[in-house]
Design a protein around this ligand. Structure first.
Ligand SMILES: NC(=O)c1ccc[n+]([C@@H]2O[C@H](COP(=O)([O-])OP(=O)(O)OC[C@H]3O[C@@H](n4cnc5c(N)ncnc54)[C@H](O)[C@@H]3O)[C@@H](O)[C@H]2O)c1
Length: 356
């Protein structure tokens, strides 16, 4: 599929789910790199994890906006509220929409499935409807490696069938891809889905392994390693994920008509991961070592004393591993940050955040 190149300068970009983790990092980079234009952040600041972290990230965004030629606007609103979403589109007429807002997390989808249906299905439907009514040049939306399920061949390729989700979270993410595909076909909305792979980094998400492991290492709690240690994740540093999103934002799938005179769906899906799965135990060892080097843990601290090996969790998968060849071919970009460098950046931030 051909691409229509978009220049971000001078445009209005709407980022839903900013100041969430990935959204905040994306917006800060947009504010640093766009020469002009407007960035609108939209988030309901819900309490799935400590909203103070979202306030903190919003503060970072506001600081980045102070020195930027780009205007930043924050709208506090729930994407499950169709009228609010429509009002934001009507007011700002975004030409590029990056839809990241979602109820994230695999395990919480067992506890509170309704939140996933409201935000991921209902919210994404509202964003799609708004992109139809106020035509956007490109909708980029977050999908997830979880759509591949537990039995996929590795590495995971976007050419592979993935219709056996093992969590409701994964089912909603796959549904978002299907809904976006139908809107691109019916209404010629150029849309690109990005399947993210375990994104980590500074100011990350406290519900994710690296963050909760760091908290437990400091508090003396136990880090649970799933599947008795036989667990691998394609950990991707947030800076690499954001660079990948920015490159994709500029490449909208081309609009074309088929022989029947109807749109050929301007739609694409890519994996965006490091393409290097790391054993969870090895990841914990690197995190632990970096925390000792940063002075957050004493020299001689033993990782083994903090580890508890447990079985597989419902909804979890043993391995994630991205085949990013197509993404690299299209964008010319391959994530470069090693797990050690990425975790060093996280630990450096965490130390500062704790005020130590
Ligand atoms: N971080 C990862 O490893 C990862 C992996 C795969 C997919 N993803 C997807 O990437 C996107 C961003 O994830 P993240 O890690 O930044 O998560 P995050 O939870 O930090 O960010 C999501 C943001 O969306 C907001 N939000 C949720 N429901 C909303 C609603 N109804 N209305 C308005 N705002 C709402 C939240 O308040 C939050 O700030 C999500 O769609 C997530 O499913 C993330």
């Amino acid at each position: 599929m051909g691409k229509t190149k978009l220049d971000l300068d001078g445009r209005t970009v709407l980022v839903t789910g900013s100041p969430g983790f990935i959204g905040a990092n994306l917006v800060m980079k947009l504010l640093r790199t766009m020469g002009s234009g407007t960035v609108v952040s939209m988030d309901d600041m819900n309490g799935y994890y400590d909203p103070k972290l979202k306030e903190y990230r919003l503060g970072l965004i506001e600081r980045a906006a102070e020195g930027s030629p780009v205007r930043h606007v924050f709208v506090k609103a729930d994407i499950a509220d169709a009228e609010k979403v429509s009002a934001v589109f009507a007011r700002y007429r975004p030409s590029i929409v990056v839809h990241l807002a979602a109820q994230a997390g695999v395990r919480y989808s067992i506890e509170n499935p309704a939140a996933y249906i409201a935000s991921n299905i209902g919210g994404t439907f509202n964003v799609l409807e708004a992109c139809r009514r106020y035509p956007a040049e490109h909708l980029v939306f977050a999908s997830s490696s979880s759509v591949y399920g537990a039995d996929a061949k590795i590495p995971f390729s976007t050419d592979d069938k993935c219709d056996s989700p093992v969590s409701l979270y994964a089912a909603t993410k796959k549904s978002c891809e299907l809904m976006a595909h139908s809107y691109s076909k019916l209404y010629d909305v150029p849309a690109t889905g990005l399947r993210f792979f375990t994104v980590y980094g500074p100011a990350g998400r406290p519900d994710m392994f690296y963050f909760s492991a760091a908290e437990k290492l400091i508090s003396g709690g136990k880090i649970r390693i799933f599947n008795h240690g036989r667990c691998m994740r394609d950990f991707t540093f947030v800076g690499d994920t954001v660079e990948g999103i920015m490159r994709i934002m500029r490449l909208a799938p081309e609009k074309n008509k088929g022989a029947d005179g109807l749109p050929v769906p301007p739609f694409a899906v890519y994996n965006i991961g490091a393409g290097r799965p790391t054993d969870l135990m090895e990841f914990a060892r690197t995190l632990h070592g970096e925390m000792i080097s940063a002075g957050l843990l004493p020299e001689g601290d033993s990782l083994e004393e903090h580890i508890e090996l447990v079985g597989m969790q419902p909804g979890d998968v043993p391995v994630t591993y991205a085949d990013c060849a197509e993404f690299e071919r299209v964008t010319g970009f391959r994530p470069q940050t090693s797990v050690r460098d990425g975790l060093r950046a996280f630990v450096g931030w965490y130390k500062e955040y704790l005020g130590k």
